[in-house]
Design a protein around this ligand. Structure first.
Ligand code: URA
Length: 435
């Protein structure tokens, strides 16, 4: 078999066989197939696409390029959740303790933020001492004993995806549906949970800006998961504005803690309940959305969800006093209010612009190696549909550098689209996708 022939075949729009896909993934992971040939293949896939069978084959070949975690010794249906990435998305910090407090084991692999999107690991590391570098044994032990563990992805988890993703990033081949679906699902399948709930974002701050594309991506991933023997469901949620009010690391953790106390923003709470209801149903804990939501509300009301977050923080080396007293999180040196220049209604808040303003403040990273400032961020005061009067505060910027704080304020001002008329805003939870 020759990579040249595989590239030629895909260039002509023909489907690759299972053997050809395995050959290509193994050869590339082992360094036998060079980057230039794989780049040509990726571009051919971008133009010609892959059918459902090819996408499943690619996912499984990438899953099997490294080790696959075996969680079968932990009793119960283990659930995982994945978001396609957004701005202000602190859902995992709220959702995992709620679901775990209801007795459903959560074995979660998370990533760091990159570019304009934030990452769960960076947020959890706001608790001094918190680590997501858990050995396989410690990860399993925590899920068994307290019902929840959140780990970073180890190097040996779907290494083919890691290498391919780096190449896609520099060859303008990231945004092809079958490549995204196989990339995400290979990692989820390798992390060993029995059930997977996917939060597929849609809107200006999401990978998939068009609703139809988000639905197609969700359907592709749900079908791959189910074909691979995992109970999989997806929820399409809005990213036409940041989720919640807080964008930044510490301030998002504080908002997540407020939500665990039942005092969170409406949109964030809605997304948490939608995803949590799917997790509980896939785990066989609830029969329908209504029952699942009542269960979730009960662990918020009786404080056990917040208590579960404290257990998670403690089990992973973090200082739990921050869970109970959020004023301990260090604040930033400068604040700057962003004021409305015109009156009207907030029509849209460009999430990507807000995310990159946070990055400019030092709250996000340009490369995987950059360090971040957890105390900076942006607190939105007005969201889609809100009425604003001239000079009302739209947002507050928290920075540690005076110039950057000013620059971020100008960027956030540009992110707000104000219209004279109140326009219809899309619902936060757009659709449920299951097989
Ligand atoms: N996230 C991933 O892990 N892979 C993609 O291709 C896109 C988003």
């Amino acid at each position: 078999m020759r990579m040249y022939d595989c590239i030629e075949k895909k260039k002509q729009g023909k489907a690759l066989t299972t053997e050809e896909i395995r050959f290509m993934v193994k050869g590339f992971t082992d360094g036998v197939i060079p980057d230039y040939q794989m780049s040509a293949m990726l571009m051919a896939i971008c133009f010609r696409g892959m059918d459902r069978r090819e996408t499943v084959d690619l996912t499984l070949a990438m899953r099997d390029s490294g080790s696959v975690l075996d969680l079968s010794s932990i009793p119960g249906i283990k659930v995982d959740k994945h978001s396609t990435g957004g701005v202000g998305d602190k859902t995992s910090l709220v959702l995992t303790p709620i679901v775990a407090a209801l007795g459903v084991p959560v074995a979660k692999m998370s990533g760091r933020g990159l570019g304009h999107t934030g990452g769960t690991i960076d947020k959890l590391e706001c608790f001094p001492g918190f680590t997501t570098e858990l050995s396989r044994e410690k990860f399993m032990q925590n899920v068994t004993e307290i019902g929840v563990a959140i780990a970073g992805q180890t190097a040996n988890l779907a290494p083919a995806d890691k290498k391919l993703y780096a190449l896609r990033d520099v060859t303008a081949t990231v945004d092809e549906m079958s490549l995204i679906a196989s990339s995400i699902m290979s990692k989820k399948l390798a992390s060993g949970s029995d059930a997977i709930v996917l939060d597929v974002k849609t809107g200006n701050g999401a990978f998939m800006k068009k609703y139809e594309d988000s639905v197609a991506l969700a359907k592709a991933m749900v079908s791959i998961g189910n074909l691979a023997g995992k109970r999989t469901a997806a929820v399409i949620t809005d990213m036409d504005q940041p989720l919640g009010f807080a964008v930044g690391n510490s301030i998002e953790v504080i908002e997540a803690i407020d939500t665990l106390k039942g005092k969170g923003p409406k949109d964030l709470t809605e997304v948490v309940f939608a995803l949590g209801a799917q997790m509980l149903q896939l785990a066989g804990k609830a029969d329908g959305r209504e029952e699942a939501e009542a269960l979730m509300q009960s662990v918020i009301d009786d404080g056990s969800a917040l208590e579960k977050l404290a257990q998670l923080v403690q089990a992973q080396g973090g200082d739990t006093s921050y869970v109970y007293d959020t004023s301990l999180f260090p604040g930033a040196a400068f604040t700057k209010e962003v004021r409305a220049e015109t009156a009207g209604y907030v029509h849209r808040i460009l999430a990507r612009e807000v995310g990159s303003a946070c990055m400019l403040l030092g709250g996000g990273r340009e490369t995987k190696e950059s360090s971040i400032d957890t105390s900076v961020g942006i607190l939105l005061k007005k969201k889609n549909g809100d009425e604003v009067r001239q000079s009302d505060t739209l947002a507050v910027i928290y920075g540690n550098d005076a110039d950057k704080t000013e620059q971020a304020a100008r960027q956030v001002a540009r992110a707000y689209e104000i219209s004279a008329e109140k326009k219809e805003c899309p619902p936060v939870v757009r659709a449920y996708i299951s097989e």
